[in-house]
Ligand binder design. Structure first.
Ligand SMILES: NC(=O)c1ccc[n+]([C@@H]2O[C@H](COP(=O)([O-])OP(=O)(O)OC[C@H]3O[C@@H](n4cnc5c(N)ncnc54)[C@H](OP(=O)(O)O)[C@@H]3O)[C@@H](O)[C@H]2O)c1
Length: 323
């Protein structure tokens, strides 16, 4: 089979197509014929060599942690009924940019009828993380939510959940075409973070109280400026870092305002949580409350182009590799 492998840390060009042996399902495992592999911003950071201690990986390695496809074979101890079924699975940190993957059967979830395999792959991370953010920040019908970095996979899912579950959702992004699409996806207002007075514009759009919850997908100075928009007693999630670093929030100021600050550590999930939330994400998509927005797809052989597009910020919503 073919895999897209990071030969050494570096630019997108270090992603090369290689031949690898077809995986064999061991005891308790299945082999999936991959249809779509999820591509995440964080995978571009790790490929550049920026994974640090948390994403400790040494090239060569095959990136990716989520696929959809059909079960091709099963190992001992696995029900043969799985063969041929449409499934999604996390591959465990690495290995998803491939034509086939072997995973333990407990990592599988069946894709409900009516949901496409690419759409199911698009939910695997963004859908689960958006649900986690809404759960841990206890977002409900009384909340005014500000989504910072609303054009990405996680941002769009958060806008959609905000529309369904909160009182009001205001989205911050850039690029007129992207902002128009975010508006069409259900944001009550969209703000261009490249406008010099974007914070004032956001304040007006949020209303007198400000945002009861801020979900910061980008970090850096944009995320830090957004902190001034959180209502006293509100919640701020500083889990995003594409701008270069997580928003640095002054703990004393947060305490003075009674604001709860959460971060990337609050979206780390146990296997049990992943299983539960994966089911919920698939069900939300089945009922139409979450609609994965697949902005662009690339064949596996062009994995390098997928990474280059993410880094050039020309993408919108989810990026997938199709085999
Ligand atoms: N997806 C998940 O399940 C998940 C889980 C845990 C944590 N996170 C974190 O959440 C953040 C967003 O993830 P994602 O998967 O949604 O990524 P994504 O789809 O690539 O979206 C990235 C977002 O960041 C913005 N952005 C990109 N480069 C930027 C820069 N240099 N400065 C400011 N904004 C920039 C993009 O907006 P433009 O349109 O302006 O480029 C887009 O809104 C990442 O830090 C990721 O590690 C995500």
């Amino acid at each position: 089979m073919r895999v897209a492998e990071v030969a050494r840390f570096g630019g997108p060009e270090v992603l090369r197509i290689q031949k690898a042996p077809d995986p064999i399902a061991g005891r308790g495992e299945v082999v999936i014929e991959v249809v779509a592999a999820d591509v995440l911003w964080v995978e571009t950071m790790i490929r550049r060599g920026g994974g640090g201690e948390y994403f400790d990986v040494t090239p060569p390695y095959v990136p990716g942690n989520g696929v959809s496809g059909r079960v091709r074979s099963v190992g001992d101890g696995v029900d043969r009924e799985w063969i041929g079924r449409a499934v999604v699975a996390h591959t465990g940190e690495r290995g998803a940019y491939a034509e086939q993957v072997a995973v333990p059967v407990e990592k599988l979830a069946a894709v409900p009828d009516g949901l496409g395999l690419p759409e199911a792959a698009a939910l695997l991370h963004d859908g689960i993380t958006a649900l986690t953010l809404f759960e841990c920040n206890e977002i409900g019908t009384g909340d005014v939510v500000l989504v910072v970095g609303a054009s990405g996979g996680l941002g769009i899912m958060s806008v959609q959940l905000g529309r369904a579950r909160a009182a009001r959702v205001v989205a911050v992004g850039r690029d007129e075409r992207k902002l128009t699409r975010i508006r069409e996806l259900g944001a009550d207002a969209v703000i261009d973070s490249e406008a010099p007075d974007w914070v004032e514009q956001a304040r007006r759009a949020l209303g007198a109280e400000g945002a009861t919850v801020i979900l910061d997908n980008v970090g850096g100075s944009v995320g830090e400026s957004a902190f001034s928009l959180v209502a006293p007693g509100g919640r701020f999630s500083a889990h995003g870092t594409p701008s270069g670093q997580f928003a640095q929030i002054d703990a004393g100021e947060a305490e003075r305002l009674g604001v709860t600050v959460r971060g990337i550590q609050d979206v780390q999930l146990s296997d049990g949580d992943i299983k539960r939330l994966r089911k919920e994400a698939l069900a939300e998509a089945g009922s139409g409350r979450l609609t994965p927005v697949i902005g662009q797809t690339f064949p596996l052989s062009r994995a390098a182009d997928a990474h280059a597009a993410i880094e050039a910020r020309t993408v919108f919503g989810k990026t997938l590799l199709l085999t």
